[in-house]
Design a protein around this ligand. Structure first.
Ligand SMILES: [Zn+2]
Length: 206
């Protein structure tokens, strides 16, 4: 389907699909384990990465084939996880462009038009500055594993039970290990609910 104009917070479909998106990448081991989870289960994921974290260079050879096949989509999350609303227009463009250039040179794909504003902080001005370099689609979410900070295994399981629902965009993070310990549980939950994971490119024609 055509990509709707502007911000998206969910998937405009009646199909039993879930967009499982994960951000940042401050812990390289978590990044490696998420890639491994995708490889072994076929789960389709979208990574909104900050190129300033070493994990994205360190694990590029492991991740690149999954990016090339389309199983893992890469989106822009700014270079240094900046609050875009606190930057002037040139600063917004710099943050997105630096990360864009890193993704293009490291992974050989163009992540436009998808980006996720750090902390979800955005407004009409930041949208316009991002759109000036082709980032026309801020990707928000409707449901979170809440693991940008450290959570317990059980908290993550409980949030997955709450938010792994049809047509949802769910946000998680590549920052702390607990989510990697509950991968088997989360994968079983998808199976039990007959949910198919998809990337944004699987659904939208940008
Ligand atoms: Zn983030």
């Amino acid at each position: 389907m055509p990509l709707p104009a502007g911000v998206i917070t969910g998937l405009p479909t009646a199909e039993p699909v879930l967009a499982w998106t994960v951000d940042d990448g401050s812990d390289a081991e978590v990044v490696r384990l998420y890639i491994d989870f995708a490889r072994t289960t076929g789960t389709r994921l979208t990574f909104f990465l900050n190129g300033s974290y070493p994990a994205w260079s360190q694990h590029a050879r492991l991740l690149q084939p999954l990016v090339a096949s389309g199983q893992i989509q890469l989106g822009n999350h700014t270079w240094s996880h900046a609050d875009l609303t606190g930057l002037d227009d040139a600063g917004i463009v710099d943050e997105l462009q630096r990360n864009h250039d890193f993704i293009v040179s490291t992974y050989g794909i163009d992540p436009r038009p998808y980006y996720r504003p750090p902390y979800g902080y955005r407004d009409g001005r930041t949208d316009a500055a991002a759109a000036s370099i082709g980032y026309t689609c801020p990707v928000m979410w409707y449901g979170s594993l809440a693991d940008s900070g450290l959570r317990t295994d059980q908290e993550i399981i409980d949030l997955a039970h709450r938010w792994f629902q049809p047509a949802h965009i769910v946000i998680g993070h590549l920052n702390f290990l607990p989510v990697t310990r509950v991968f088997p549980h989360l994968h079983q939950l998808l199976t039990d609910r007959a949910l198919t994971t998809i990337t944004l490119d699987d659904l939208f024609r940008a």
